[in-house]
Design a protein around this ligand. Structure first.
Ligand code: GLN
Length: 303
C-alpha cells in the first residue's frame, strides 16, 4: 500500500478547502491557533511512518486524552470501573448535562466530559501523584519523555470550564466522586492540555492497533482491555457524531476540540490528523474529511 502518496493527496486537498470550520473559542487559549494548520501522520504494522503537512507541531489534544486516562484507570482497577461509568453512546454533545441527572450521576460513557471526570476521580484516588504519574504513563507508552502538559491551556480552561464544574458537582451530589471537585478538575484540565504532535500521537496510540503492546514492545494493556477500549472509541469517540464517523470513516477513534483526531485499524495502522477548525459537533472538519478519504482510497477500514 502506497500510504505516502495517499497522504500527500489528502493534505493537498485539505489545504485547498475554503471552509475549514471554526476554531474552539470557549477555551480562550485555543482561539489563538492558526486555522490554516493541517497535518496527517500514519504508522503501519511494520513501524514505517508516513506523514504530510504540519505533523511535528504540538497541539492541545483535549478529549483525545480521555482514551489515555481510561486506559490507565482500566489498568488500575479493571472491571470495577464499569460500576461508575457506563459504555453506551450518549447521542449528546460532549458537555451535555441532562442525561447525567436522569441517570443518577453515572455518566453514559468515559469519553464524554462527565465520564472522563469520573475516570479522573479514579486516578486521583489510586495514584500517588496523579498528574506526574499519568504523564509518566503517557511518556512510557510513547517512548518519548519530551511530552508535557501545556499549563497555559489548562489554566485558561480552568477559568472558563463552568460546565465541567457543573458536571463534577452533579456527579458529586450522586456520590459518584470520591475526591474534591477542585482536585479532580485540576487533573482533568491538565490531561486535556497535553500537547502532542500528530507524530507523537501515533506513537502513543500504537498500542491500540497492536493489542496493548507499545512501539517499545512492552505490554501496557491486555488484549481484552484493548478490545473494550477500541469498542468504546468506535461507539462513543465522536459524541453525537459517532454514527457519522463510523459511517464515513469506519475506524475506532477519538477527537478533541484542539482539532486532533486519532484512529486505529487493528493490526494494520494508526493514524492522526490535526486541523484546528471544528464542525458544529466539535469534531475537526478537515480531519474527518481526510480520514474518510484515507479509508475510501485505501479500502482499509474495520468494515
Ligand atoms: N477540555 C475540553 C472540555 O472539557 C474537552 C472537550 C473536547 O475536546 N471535546 O470541554
Amino acid at each position: 500500500m502506497d500510504f505516502q502518496s495517499v497522504l500527500d493527496t489528502i493534505a493537498q486537498d485539505a489545504l485547498s478547502m475554503q471552509d475549514k470550520g471554526q476554531v474552539a473559542t470557549y477555551i480562550p487559549e485555543l482561539a489563538k491557533i492558526d486555522i490554516g494548520k493541517f497535518g496527517i501522520c500514519l504508522i503501519d504494522n511494520k513501524n514505517d511512518i508516513f506523514s504530510a503537512g504540519d505533523t511535528d507541531e504540538g497541539f492541545s489534544i483535549q478529549s483525545i486524552s480521555k482514551v489515555l486516562i481510561l486506559a490507565k484507570a482500566f489498568q488500575l482497577i479493571g472491571d470495577d470501573l464499569w460500576k461508575r461509568v457506563n459504555v453506551e453512546p450518549s447521542g449528546d454533545p460532549f458537555n451535555h448535562l441532562s442525561l447525567l441527572e436522569q441517570e443518577n450521576g453515572v455518566p453514559r460513557n468515559p469519553l464524554i466530559n462527565a465520564g472522563a471526570i469520573v475516570v479522573c476521580d479514579v486516578l486521583v484516588s489510586k495514584l500517588k501523584n496523579p498528574k506526574k504519574d499519568f504523564l509518566q504513563f503517557v511518556r512510557d507508552v510513547a517512548g518519548d519523555h519530551t511530552i508535557n502538559y501545556d499549563t497555559s491551556v489548562a489554566q485558561s480552561e480552568k477559568r472558563t470550564g463552568f460546565k465541567n464544574f457543573a458536571a463534577a458537582y452533579m456527579i458529586k451530589s450522586y456520590k459518584n466522586l470520591e475526591n474534591e471537585v477542585n482536585e479532580v478538575l485540576d487533573l482533568y484540565f491538565s490531561i486535556c492540555s497535553l500537547a502532542l504532535s500528530c507524530r507523537q500521537l501515533v506513537h502513543v496510540f500504537y498500542l491500540f492497533m497492536n493489542h496493548g503492546k507499545c512501539l517499545q514492545n512492552k505490554n501496557h494493556l491486555t488484549v481484552n482491555q484493548v478490545k473494550r477500549i477500541n469498542a468504546i472509541m468506535l461507539t462513543c469517540g465522536f459524541y453525537d457524531e459517532a454514527g457519522e464517523f463510523a459511517f464515513e470513516v469506519g475506524l475506532p477513534g477519538k477527537s478533541g476540540v484542539g482539532g486532533g483526531i486519532v484512529a486505529v485499524l487493528p493490526n494494520k495502522y494508526c493514524v492522526a490528523t490535526w486541523s484546528p477548525g471544528l464542525n458544529k459537533k466539535g469534531n475537526s472538519k478537515l480531519g474527518m474529511l481526510a480520514l474518510e478519504q484515507l479509508t475510501t482510497k485505501t479500502g482499509l477500514s474495520i468494515f
